[in-house]
Design a protein around this ligand. Structure first.
Ligand SMILES: [Zn+2]
Length: 307
């Protein structure tokens, strides 16, 4: 017969056993590996690969615009404390080099787009400032996001070799989710009539999506939000929307909506909603992860374009 006292002793012994058991295979480093990602989308990719072993901070947070970010002294401190700094590259974070220098960090700066063939933007509206500029928004193609993930995995393994098996397993699981996501994108777009696969956005952030999945995006601004569209650009776009019968114009979470609203007013095209281009949404939004961001955009496009 088990007395109450014995039962408590047994429970305590069991608890101790459980606590002692998991050592070995999954040994954790003393603290988590502190890393910094330059913007929220990249931060999410790093979190998925790093899992419990990594503490990820992001510099440009949800709904933030990394093209025109002004780092704070607190950012310099966070970069100084990081063991790795993940950046997009391709000219996305023009402010980063100075920040890294100012922080005095010795942490390696990992360019997540390494190995991705950059899309060159032709500057087709005759604006010499963006002529031939590389388009940094490579994450808008899921195939490219897989390259980011591989680069993140390799950098985490190099910085924390004891976590190799964990990083490899996390990356493999997440890559499988991205494969499924890409299939979903292709299936949904296949259902949109080919002659309706054209939309207007405020800045040229969807070139990789266009190249990968065949929806044409006509942008009011260049690949950076720093350059304003001129009155002549706007007039040309209004003419184009009317001539090509473009059905929908989209807002973005990182840019000023007024220009898009003007185009909608003057052409009769409907506002299809908000596309998430360069940043995740905050916790209350519907794109708190990269996968949700792509899914949200896909849903908005399909709803506006499927006749
Ligand atoms: Zn952008």
């Amino acid at each position: 017969m088990l007395t109450r006292r014995n039962a408590i002793a047994a429970a305590v012994a069991t608890a101790l056993c459980v606590a002692a058991a998991p050592a070995g295979a999954q040994e954790q480093p003393k603290g988590k590996l502190k890393v910094i990602a330059s913007f929220s989308i990249l931060g999410d990719l790093v979190k998925n690969v790093g899992g419990d072993r990594v503490e990820v901070g992001t510099l440009v947070g949800p709904n933030g615009n990394a093209h025109v970010y002004a780092p704070s002294p607190a950012d310099a401190k966070r970069v100084a404390d990081a063991k790795l700094v993940f950046v997009n590259g391709l000219g996305f974070e023009g402010w980063l080099e100075r920040l890294v220098k100012a922080s005095g960090t010795k942490a390696p700066v990992i360019v997540a787009t390494k190995g991705i063939k950059p899309r060159e933007r032709a500057g087709e509206r005759g604006q010499d400032h963006d002529h031939g500029q590389a388009d940094p928004h490579a994450w808008q193609s899921v195939a490219n996001a897989k390259v980011y993930v591989a680069n993140v995995r390799d950098a985490l393994i190099a910085a924390d070799p004891a976590g190799k098996a964990v990083y490899e397993a996390n990356a493999a699981a997440y890559l499988a989710k991205l494969d499924a996501l890409e299939r979903e994108v292709r299936e949904v777009i296949a259902k949109i009539p080919a002659d309706r696969r054209k939309v207007i956005t405020s800045h040229d952030a969807f070139g990789y999506f266009e190249a990968a999945y065949g929806i044409a995006f006509i942008a009011l601004q260049g690949v950076s939000t720093e350059a304003e569209a001129s009155a002549r650009d706007v007039a040309a776009i209004i003419a184009q929307v009317k001539k090509q019968k473009i059905a929908a114009v989209f807002l973005e979470n990182v840019t000023d909506p007024r220009l898009v609203e003007q185009i909608a007013r003057e052409t009769g095209a409907k506002i299809g909603g908000t596309l998430y281009s360069d940043a995740l949404t905050g916790d209350k939004g519907d794109a708190t992860t990269y996968i949700d961001l792509i899914r949200h955009n896909l849903k908005q496009l399909a709803a506006a374009l499927e006749s």
